[in-house]
Design a protein around this ligand. Structure first.
Ligand code: CA
Ligand code: ZN
Length: 293
């Protein structure tokens, strides 16, 4: 097993990313992660430094043999999270920004498998906010896109698989921004932000070409896309799924469009980042020939 500590974090992913390690496909990798604030609030004031790191991801790790056009399958084998979470709210940010009178953050105890929130024990459902490879042009880890990144998809939980298109040799996998639990949309502008660690295993799918990330959780495949607006993201994710079905399932485009009215479930990953992210979920049993999962 390779361990990537929080000594190697990045706030940008791109073709010039320097890998922290080289992993073989099939080799386990343990990523130790900071929270999205770089663990800022856990430091004493004199250790905090001048600026808070913006959404750091741990890595990247080069995957041996990965080439542009491949698909990198990342199996999330285990997610371990800190005993407390941080929630922040910022005036004007997120869907609820108009109700935020003053910027605030709060430390939340995570106990007995639940977040103890205002008299309610909300069950934990640990997930990964940022997981991605290096895109062809460098972007901050705050940004989601075809390479993955800050998708904030609540389905990237323990046991899930993330399929990422590869853009640069070695793929350059990085992840961070764990959440103890986050509802679809992240409408208040914050997950329950935690630090922790993620154990993954990767596999290379040669000859499987994706335009955007796909996530499998349980029996559902989610086609993920990001865009300037939710409308644009919804269109991209829907078109990706349609093209995937016509390519692998042997259905005509005409029939696929009709079918997707019945089996394609549109949902929101996050509506609060600069680029918005949506998912279209489809049960795997409707895609018996898909080379995923
Ligand atoms: Ca995030
Ligand atoms: Zn986050």
């Amino acid at each position: 097993m390779i361990v990537i500590s929080t000594n190697t974090t990045v706030t940008t992913l791109g073709p010039d990313s320097r890998p922290a390690a080289l992993a073989q496909p099939g080799q386990e990798i343990l990523f130790e992660t900071l929270d999205c604030f770089g663990n800022y609030y856990y430091h004493t004031p004199q250790d905090q430094g001048d600026t808070m790191p913006a959404n750091p991801a741990t890595g990247p790790v080069a995957i041996a043999g990965a080439q542009p056009g491949d698909t990198l399958k990342v199996t999330i084998k285990k997610i371990t999270i800190s005993p407390t979470a941080m929630i922040e709210q910022i005036a004007g940010k997120g869907c609820l920004g108009k109700r935020v009178r003053r910027d605030a953050f709060q430390m939340v105890p995570l106990r007995d498998g639940a977040a103890q929130l205002f008299g309610r024990a909300v069950p934990l459902r640990p997930m990964i906010g940022v997981i991605g490879v290096a895109p062809a042009q460098a972007v901050p880890t705050l940004v989601p896109g075809a390479h993955g990144g800050n998708m904030d998809c609540a389905n990237i939980t323990e046991g899930a698989e993330v399929y990422l298109p590869v853009f640069v040799p070695g793929a350059q996998l990085a992840l961070g921004d764990l959440h103890g639990v986050m509802a679809d949309g992240e409408i208040g502008y914050s997950g329950l932000e935690v630090y922790g660690s993620v154990l993954v295993e990767t596999q290379l799918l040669k000859g499987v070409r994706l335009a955007n990330p796909v996530v499998r959780e349980g029996e559902t495949l989610y086609f993920i896309a990001s865009g300037d607006t939710l409308d644009q993201a919804a269109e991209t994710a829907s078109l990706d799924l349609c093209d995937f079905i016509t390519r692998y399932e042997g259905l005509s485009t005409r029939d696929t469009v009709m079918l997707l009215n019945a089996i394609g479930h549109l949902g929101i990953c996050q509506a609060v980042n600069g680029q918005k992210t949506v998912k279209v979920g489809v049960q795997r049993r409707w895609l018996p020939c898909a080379p995923l999962g």
